[in-house]
Design a binder for this molecule. Structure first.
Ligand code: ASP
Length: 530
């Protein structure tokens, strides 16, 4: 099997280079992590209730306003701050002591974001915010930011993010031409229409099977561990109206994307589903036309594909730098305190992802793909490590294709079809995560979901994972449709946002691993069928 990149030929294998880069990046990130900022104690929450509603003003001992918010009614206030409301007797004006506040400010290229954690009677609530610049922060935060200038940690995080972004841009640069040329070459190489139909149904069958298995794993574990029981989320109040039109809407939107009104615009905008369907059609029609024109077109795309593979190989040789940069960014900018609050939730997601990737998928690779799962994992490791650090299966796609073809020896016919489509619609990790997160929110807000409702969660999670783009945090955004389908409060998502990056990194690796395993399965059945 050919080596993946030229840099590998000179020494250390790419997966080792990336692993070492990850470790170095993590160590640097942890060392420069600015940690939590202690907010001056003695913050008081003044609650004023009048005809206009409820006004909440939190003030530090220095007199600076920390946070102020208006609510239309007492109920709305109690929904957002259940613990504060409990301590509040409902007088026209009352001051309630906030027992502890900790803050965290994160600086990245020209913007400041952060979170503050406070507790009332030891029950934590977390609020996150972001501002374009220090100037846009409220007075209190501005003074805090001035007391804790970004300094060395901020510079390191900023440089790391900038470097990582350059690597991401290079990956994105090669992705669309790579998908296009690879898919057209793959389809023209399939020859007859029958072969394409077989490949299509096998691939879709694999996607559905593994997504359902991933969702079941998540559902079983979240019901056994029950991470949400006893956990407190902000906004554990009334359920929103169930809105089910989101589901059909989402399916219809995906179908519309399959028919681009202007394929060139779709290519320009990097609209994966549109590019995939157009490339497949173009490949099929090149075969239909055949003869002199068909041959010329096929050969042109084959050559273009060979050039794109070479360019991709060069970009991939830079992966260790990009991965190290992303690890510095991820570890330097994450607050550690939040992990304690959500430890059980994170553990449940993590265990379920682990089970799916080290038990379920390897069994499928062994039985249906007829390969050693361990050797295959090693072949795929550069892509999996890159998926982990970038949290984007789209950005990882060039590496995934390279590893599958060059390191695992799978044919371009299979990989060019299974991988781009998989990066767009097959997201086992995301589907599993949606189920665990929504069940966690349900448990924490004491909504007993019946068995039938859990099935709705499972089904909508599958749709959400199909609809999610292969970019960071897409799964979190799509979760709204799952929450709405069973009438759970959308604002309860607030607390899990804080740990989403870490979980995103894990689920993205599983998404990419599942797409890769799909290649092994489809390849093996095509070889057997041939
Ligand atoms: N980041 C994931 C991916 O790119 C999608 C998600 O947010 O779950 O695969």
């Amino acid at each position: 099997m050919a080596d993946a990149t030229s840099s590998e030929k000179n020494g250390l294998a790419l997966h080792w280079q990336i692993l070492i880069a990850m470790i170095i990046g993590t160590v640097i990130g942890v060392l420069v992590n600015p940690g939590e900022i202690e907010v001056p104690s003695g913050v008081t929450a003044k609650i004023v209730s009048n005809a206009a509603g409820v006004q909440l003003v939190e003030t530090a001992a220095s007199g600076d306003v920390v946070h102020s918010e208006s609510f239309a009614s007492k109920e709305a206030f109690a929904d957002s701050f259940p613990k504060l409301a409990e301590q509040w007797t409902g007088d026209a004006e009352q001051a309630v002591e906030v027992s502890d506040m900790r803050a965290r400010l994160v600086y990245s290229l020209g913007s400041v974001s952060g979170s503050w954690q406070r507790s009332h009677d030891g029950v934590p609530a977390v609020t996150t915010f972001s501002a374009g610049s220090v100037e846009q922060l409220p007075t209190f935060w501005k003074s805090l930011a001035n007391d804790h200038p970004p300094g060395f940690a901020g510079t390191v995080t900023t440089v790391a993010k900038a470097l990582g972004d350059l690597f991401l841009r290079l990956l994105k640069m090669v992705t669309v031409p790579l998908i296009l040329t690879s898919l057209i070459t793959g389809v023209t190489g399939l020859g007859s229409q029958g072969n394409f139909g077989r490949m299509f149904s096998k691939t879709l069958g694999y996607y559905v099977l593994t997504s359902v298995l991933a969702i079941s794993t998540g559902l079983v574990l979240v019901n056994i561990i029950k991470p949400g029981v006893g956990a407190v989320l902000p906004g554990g109040g009334k359920a929103l109206e169930a809105a089910d039109q989101g589901l059909t809407e989402i399916i219809y939107q995906q179908i519309l994307r399959l028919i681009p009104t202007n394929p060139f615009a779709a290519i320009a905008e990097g609209e994966f589903l549109s590019i995939i369907s157009f490339a497949i059609m173009l490949g099929l029609f090149i075969n239909f036309v055949g003869g002199e024109h068909g041959t010329r077109m096929r050969e042109f795309f084959e050559s273009a594909f060979a050039v794109m593979m070479k360019m991709t190989g060069w970009v991939i040789s830079l992966a260790p730098i990009g991965v190290a940069a992303f690890m510095v960014y991820a570890t330097a900018s994450q607050g550690l305190a939040i992990f304690g609050t959500l430890a059980w939730y994170m553990l449940t997601v993590f265990l379920a992802l682990l089970f799916h990737s080290v038990v379920t998928l390897p069994i499928i690779v062994k039985v249906f793909g007829k390969r050693s799962p361990l050797a295959y994992l090693k072949n795929m490791s550069p892509a999996l490590l890159t998926a982990f650090s970038t949290a984007s299966s789209n950005a990882t796609l060039p590496l995934t294709m390279n590893c599958v073809e060059e390191r695992a020896g799978i044919s371009n016919k299979t990989s060019s079809f299974v991988l781009p489509l998989g990066a767009t619609i097959n997201m086992d990790g995301t589907a599993l995560y949606e189920v665990v997160a929504v069940m966690f929110i349900a448990q924490a807000t004491s909504y007993d979901l019946t068995f039938a409702q859990q099935i709705i969660v499972a089904f909508t999670a599958l749709i959400a994972s199909v609809g999610a783009a292969g970019i960071p945090h897409a799964g979190l955004v799509m979760m709204a449709i799952v929450l709405q389908a069973v009438g759970l409060p959308l604002e309860a998502q607030g607390i899990i946002i804080a740990v989403d990056r870490v979980l995103d990194m894990c689920r993205t690796s599983v998404n990419v691993w599942s797409d890769s395993c799909g290649c092994a399965v489809v390849e093996s059945s095509s070889v057997n069928a041939a």
